[in-house]
Design a protein around this ligand. Structure first.
Ligand SMILES: [Zn+2]
Ligand SMILES: [Zn+2]
Length: 149
């Protein structure tokens, strides 16, 4: 039964983001569900985490479909893929300039935003003539909860 509080025409965060980025992605219900689930998560879930979170709401969705949706959303620039540990991709819906703090004790991944306007080309001595298109920086250490143990 369609919910009267969520009309289909109401623009979602995903649609706003697509308009801003000029992204051209066909919005299937599964892609929308995967995006909404990721956008509501702050813990940088893996594909399996996302699948676990939506499989009750979206019966019929498979892990392969979740991977497929994440691939599409990533290549359209709507979300980011985060590589921190061997063989395990995590995903992030935060498109603001940020780096990832990875707790090596509990595995938690926390967004860290720059304290000031940050120009990587001025902070690091990059090879001559190069142009930065994106940054993929991770800082590893111990989170507050683990440090207090
Ligand atoms: Zn992030
Ligand atoms: Zn920790």
């Amino acid at each position: 039964m369609p919910s009267p509080t969520r009309p289909a025409s109401k623009p979602t965060g995903l649609e706003c983001r697509m308009a801003v980025l000029g992204a051209d992605v066909r919005l299937t219900p599964h892609r929308r569900e995967v995006f909404d689930t990721l956008a509501a998560s702050t813990d940088h879930p893996t594909a399996l985490d996302i699948f676990t979170r939506i499989k009750d709401r979206s019966p019929g969705i498979s892990l392969a479909t979740v991977y497929n949706c994440l691939d599409h959303l990533t290549s359209a620039g709507l979300i980011k893929q985060v590589h921190l540990e061997r063989g395990q991709s995590r995903y992030c819906a935060n498109l603001q300039e940020h780096v990832h703090f990875h707790c090596e004790t509990c595995g938690k991944v926390i967004d860290a935003h720059p304290a000031a306007d940050f120009d990587p080309a001025r902070f690091w001595i990059l090879p001559k003539g190069t142009k930065v298109t994106r940054m993929d920086i991770a800082i590893h250490g111990t989170c507050e909860a683990c440090a207090n143990k």
